[in-house]
Design a protein around this ligand. Structure first.
Ligand code: ADP
Ligand code: LRH
Length: 479
């Protein structure tokens, strides 16, 4: 038997899970969950990174003796260390607006095609590369650490850049599998701050004695570099058989796509704005970020509503297609009054806004299902890889109406679960590194409860909704 602590930090909450593996038995316990509440200070939106670290220490303390520890989190964000290894400033949240206009400027100067040929990334305004160009602290920095690497550094004193997360920066050469030093030079970004890369499964140091003492843990517990981008950990734990599957890693974001052996860097792929991020064992996560359940989270916040299951049940009964929205409209990216933004989107496109909360939630779910349908169709077309099934993992796997709509809209069966895919992928990469597990997906498949949604109903209604949205948004002014 082996026991692993998986630290999984999501945009909405952080958790420390204790995962026990005994032969083909897998037991997952939520040892600690804590809110992840960003803080605006002096006009800038930050992550409260010390509160997150506190949550990690508390969780590890509760987990007790484990064979190893791994950390994953959302991508792109980072802390900078000075020459003495101290954090300079507080990490900034990717939803902060400091990068406004930078992506457009860099694309114009270097050519969007050049950027895509190197990094292969979806053009998102918060990619690390654009954040660094907006960062006034860069001159004083000696080391850049992405969030999981920063927390691992605080636990161990060891510095490194885990590959799956490095692949989300825009400074990683997806074909060469190395940092893109030339690109950094051309952008005037200092290459010295990029630490040595380490692949998932590699050692990332051992717990410092003082940290272990504070957390009440045995010293020298190994920390493993897992697939530290949460989406990479989640995809590693998708309970698929064979290769003909698509996935939706469904949480704050919906990451919608395929697993491929090599990147797709064609012009068509760039124009469709697909990303090629690094996955476990050299795979490529060919996907698009769809705005995701963030829109719903922000609606609940605006309404002061906390009973999501009741709202989803009501949305399931509401009238279909009162309005159609594009969840990827940039208006939905920053925090704010999401119900008002939905109403505004409807006004801009000449539609009547949804009439109540249940209707608004239904509009969001239908908008997401339409975006999934479009994205999966594009992914298949651009990569040539066929799919027979869509796996939904993450918190959104609990959203039954959305899973059913996804099956209906795509015409494919949806297999929902596991909810804690990222934590499982995290723990199972640790276990595999210790020789305890060989086939991660088979173990997840045999031990987790999965729910299948068969496509039903009228595909013509989804065809019509997609066409209606395309017509309505064709008239929108460009961003
Ligand atoms: P992240 O790690 O990105 O913060 P999670 O994977 O934890 O996200 O998923 C969070 C989402 O899961 C929430 O936004 C919510 O929509 C969904 N969710 C959580 N609990 C439930 C539930 N009981 N029913 C339906 N959806 C749920
Ligand atoms: C999901 C996620 C996603 C990134 C975003 C910043 O949590 O890691 O894959 O694009 O956060």
């Amino acid at each position: 038997m082996s026991v692993h602590a998986a630290v999984d930090l999501g945009a909405s909450s952080g958790r420390v899970m204790t995962v026990r593996i005994d032969g083909d038995r897998l037991d997952l316990t939520e040892t600690h969950r804590f809110a992840n509440r960003p803080v605006r200070v002096g006009g800038t939106l930050h992550w409260d990174v010390l509160a997150l670290y506190r949550g990690v220490l508390d969780g590890l303390g509760r987990a007790g003796r484990v064979d190893s520890i791994g950390i994953d989190s959302w991508a792109v964000d980072y802390g900078l260390l000075d020459a003495s290894g101290r954090l300079i400033g507080n990490p900034v949240h990717y939803r902060d607006e400091r990068t406004a206009g930078i992506m457009e400027r860099v694309s114009a100067e270097l050519g969007a095609g050049t950027l895509y040929q190197v990094g292969g990334l979806q053009f998102l305004p918060f990619n690390t590369i654009y954040q660094l160009l907006a960062d006034p602290l860069l001159d004083r920095a000696e080391t850049l650490l992405l969030i999981p690497d920063l927390l691992a550094y605080w636990l161990t004193g060891s510095v490194g850049a885990e590959v799956t997360n490095a692949s989300t920066t825009g400074l990683y050469d997806v074909r060469a599998g190395s940092w893109a030093h030339d690109l950094a030079d051309r952008l005037g970004l200092p290459s010295r701050i990029l630490p040595a890369l380490r692949p998932p499964g590699a050692p990332a140091g051992t717990l410092r004695a003082d940290v272990a003492a504070e957390a009440g843990l045995p010293g020298a517990t190994p920390v493993t570099a897992v697939a530290s981008h949460d989406t990479a950990s989640a995809v590693a734990a998708v309970p698929a058989t064979g290769g003909r599957f698509a996935y939706i890693s469904s949480g704050t974001w919906s990451l919608v796509g395929l697993e491929l052996p090599r990147p797709v860097l064609t012009e068509e792929s760039r124009l469709a704005n697909f990303t090629n991020e690094g996955g476990l064992d050299g795979t490529i996560r060919y996907l698009r970020n769809v705005m995701g359940l963030w829109i719903l989270q922000e609606c609940l916040r605006a309404w002061g509503e906390s009973d999501l299951p009741a709202l989803l049940a009501a949305a399931g009964r509401a009238r279909p297609f009162e309005a159609v929205i594009d969840p990827d409209d940039p208006a939905f990216l920053p925090p704010g009054d999401m119900p008002a933004r939905i109403a505004d989107f409807c006004a801009r496109t000449g539609q009547r806004p949804p009439t109540g909360r249940a209707e608004a939630v239904r509009t969001v779910l239908e908008g997401l299902a339409l975006a999934y349908r479009r994205t999966l169709r594009d992914a298949v077309r651009l990569s040539g890889q066929q799919v027979d099934v869509v796996h939904v993992v993450g918190g959104g796997a609990r959203n039954a109406p959305l899973c059913q709509m996804t099956a209906d809209a795509t015409g494919l069966p949806v297999v929902a679960g596991p909810v804690e895919a990222a934590a499982l992928g995290n723990a199972l990469v640790q276990a595999r590194a210790q020789g305890v597990v060989s086939d991660i997906r088979a173990l997840v498949r045999h031990s987790e409860r999965l729910v299948t949604y068969e496509p039903r109903g009228d595909r013509a209604a989804w065809d019509a909704a997609e066409m209606r949205l395309a017509e309505l948004t064709a008239e929108l002014p460009p961003d």
